[in-house]
Structures are given as structure tokens and as C-alpha cells.
Design a protein around this ligand. Structure first.
Ligand code: PBG
Length: 330
């Protein structure tokens, strides 16, 4: 039985900062954050991304420097996305399998210079295809599942051989988690993890990301035959169940903030590590709101990230990772 007013005054524990800190139910720390980074060719290169204010693409040397910065702030893991030069983009995205592609060079440099930071690599063909889709496209424009999956397995192995710690398939093909797990085991990568983009929705929030990897202008049509319909939640649970049964170590929900209901349902149903991706459009929205004077940037960043933790996330992929970590260090 709980007391009632005035014995019960819920404001009592909120009445001083020390008491609010003592009663906080959720903790947000830099170790909860995964920082996505965009890689570009060259040396000493920084290319700001107009639709993602404050975010740049970096050449491999810059990626290493960013990883050290992240490590020094207590961030545990970074996620890599390459901006493949246009001349190397093909119908079948073969550059994804090149052991010396931009992604693999970045992974090796990171593992040479900052081995203590986890490296998460995205598995999907969109940074490598001339049409901007995550897989192979047939004559009717359909993204074909099974032959795409074969290529994704080869892409994942290529990343693991370069030293990737977490393989993160973001392509939404059916059956690819099991195929990748089997290939990793067969090639001796027993401790390379799989974080499955399990519930990834066809979303309007990915626009700035597509600018960052250079696929926005290339993309023909949309991704609705493979990414999920945002009307659906039960289907997300089936996606998660499938990826877990195939060997995913953790699952991801994406986008983030508009999908916290999915995070909570996944966490309650499966009791596994759940991550959310606060995607490029969400980042851009916060930056735009702050620039327009509609809210305080620092406060918006911390409130949104805490919301992910409160909903049940183990961690969050966010472009605000370094900024948030600085704020958390005070
Ligand atoms: C590629 C991929 C996308 C994102 C992560 N991996 C874009 C897409 O599916 O079109 C989006 C991330 C973001 O918007 O920050 N498969």
C-alpha cells in the first residue's frame, strides 16, 4: 500500500540536486555511446557534411585521431561508414569485397593504433553500388535476397579479416545473420560479434546519412521492399526473433527516438542487449532546433540520450557521442 497525500509528496525526493541524483533510476555514461564516423579517401582530409552540421568525413589518419579522442572520453566503440569514390561504385558493389578498400584500411589503421576501441562495421552494399541500394537489383528493380546475402557474407568476412570487432548487417535481407555467423565461425572469427540491424525501418530520417556516404543522388526508388513499414511493431519482434535464432549477439532498432516503443517491446520480450541508432535526420533535427532557438542544444542532447537508456537500450549509436561525453564529464 502506498501512502496518500500529504504523507505522500512525490516532490520531496526532487527537492534538491543531491536527492535527484540519489534517486535517478537510469544512468547515462560515455561507455553507452557508439560514435558513427564517415571515412573519405586521401590524407589530412576533413570534408564537412552540409546536411549534418558539425559532422565531417575524415581520411583514415583523421579517423584514427577521432578514435583516440573518443577513447580519451570513455567512448567504447566507433561505427564506420565509407564514402566510396564514385568511380568505384558498380552495379554489384564489388568494391565491398576488396581487402584494400577504404573500410578495410580504416579498420586496420584503427586496430594498429587504437586497439582498445571497438570497431563496428556496417554490412550492406549501398556505399558501393551505382544505384544506391543495399543489395543486387534485378531487371524489375527488385533487390534480390539470396544472391545479395552471399555477397554480404563475403563483405562481412572481408571486414572481419581486416580486424572488425562487431559486424553490423544493416541491409535487412532475410537469413543473412545465420549465413554470416556460419562464415565467421568457419573462418576462425569465433569472437567477432554480430549486432543485427534487426528492426530497421524504411525511414525519411536517413537523408543526411545518404549525403555523407554519397548515395543520396544515386538511389533509385526507395527501400520499402526490404526495410520495414513504420506501421508495424509485431513484425519487429519477428525480425528480432529471427536474427537472434540465427546467432545475433545483440540487436538494433533504427531510427531511434520515434521508435522507443519498439525498443521497449524488444527488451521486455527477449531480454537481450538492445541498441538504438539515433540516425542522421534525428541529429539534424536537434541541431536545427537549437540553431533556431527552439531549445538548448546540450539539454536536448542529454535528454534524448537518457530517453534511450530509460526505454531499455544497452547503448546508443549517436553523432552526438563526443559532445555528449564531454557534457557527461562536466
Ligand atoms: C545503410 C545504412 C543507412 C544508415 C545506416 N546504414 C541508410 C539507409 O539504410 O539508407 C542510416 C544511418 C543514419 O541515417 O544515420 N544500409
Amino acid at each position: 500500500m502506498t501512502a496518500s497525500f500529504p504523507a505522500l509528496r512525490l516532490r520531496r525526493t526532487r527537492s534538491a540536486p543531491w536527492s535527484r541524483a540519489l534517486h535517478a533510476e537510469t544512468l547515462l555514461t560515455p561507455a553507452d555511446l557508439i560514435w558513427p564516423l564517415f571515412i573519405s579517401e586521401g590524407k589530412g582530409v576533413e570534408e564537412p557534411i552540409a546536411s549534418l552540421p558539425g559532422v565531417s568525413r575524415w581520411s583514415v589518419d583523421g579517423i584514427v585521431a577521432r578514435a583516440k579522442e573518443a577513447r580519451d572520453l570513455g567512448i567504447t566503440c566507433i561505427a564506420l561508414f565509407p564514402n566510396t569514390p564514385p568511380a568505384l561504385r558498380t552495379e554489384r558493389g564489388e568494391e565491398a569485397l576488396n581487402p584494400d578498400n577504404l573500410m578495410c584500411r580504416a579498420i586496420r589503421a584503427l586496430k594498429d593504433h587504437v586497439p582498445e576501441v571497438g570497431v563496428l562495421t556496417d554490412v550492406a552494399l549501398d556505399p558501393y553500388t551505382a544505384h544506391g541500394h543495399d543489395g543486387l537489383v534485378d531487371d524489375a528493380g527488385y533487390v534480390v535476397n539470396d544472391t545479395t546475402s552471399d555477397l554480404l557474407v563475403a563483405q562481412a568476412l572481408n571486414q572481419a579479416q581486416a580486424g572488425a570487432d562487431i559486424i553490423a548487417p544493416s541491409d535487412m535481407m532475410d537469413g543473412r545473420v545465420g549465413a554470416i555467423r556460419a562464415a565467421l565461425e568457419g573462418d576462425g572469427h569465433v569472437n567477432v560479434q554480430i549486432m543485427a540491424y534487426a528492426a530497421k525501418y524504411a525511414s525519411a530520417f536517413y537523408g543526411p546519412f545518404r549525403d555523407a556516404v554519397g548515395s543520396r543522388g544515386l538511389l533509385k526508388g526507395d527501400k520499402k521492399t526490404y526495410q520495414m513499414d513504420y506501421a508495424n511493431a509485431e513484425e519487429a519482434l519477428r525480425e528480432v526473433a529471427a536474427d537472434l535464432s540465427e546467432g545475433a549477439d545483440s540487436v538494433m532498432v533504427k531510427p531511434g527516438l520515434p521508435y522507443l516503443d519498439i525498443v521497449r517491446r524488444v527488451k521486455e520480450r527477449f531480454e537481450v542487449p538492445v541498441f538504438a541508432y539515433q540516425v542522421s535526420g534525428e541529429y539534424a533535427m536537434i541541431e536545427a532546433a537549437a540553431a533556431a532557438g527552439a531549445g538548448d542544444r546540450d539539454a536536448l542532447v542529454l535528454e534524448t540520450l537518457m530517453a534511450f537508456k530509460r526505454a531499455g537500450c544497452t547503448g546508443v549509436l549517436t553523432y552526438h557521442a563526443v559532445h555528449a561525453a564531454r557534457l557527461l564529464h562536466g
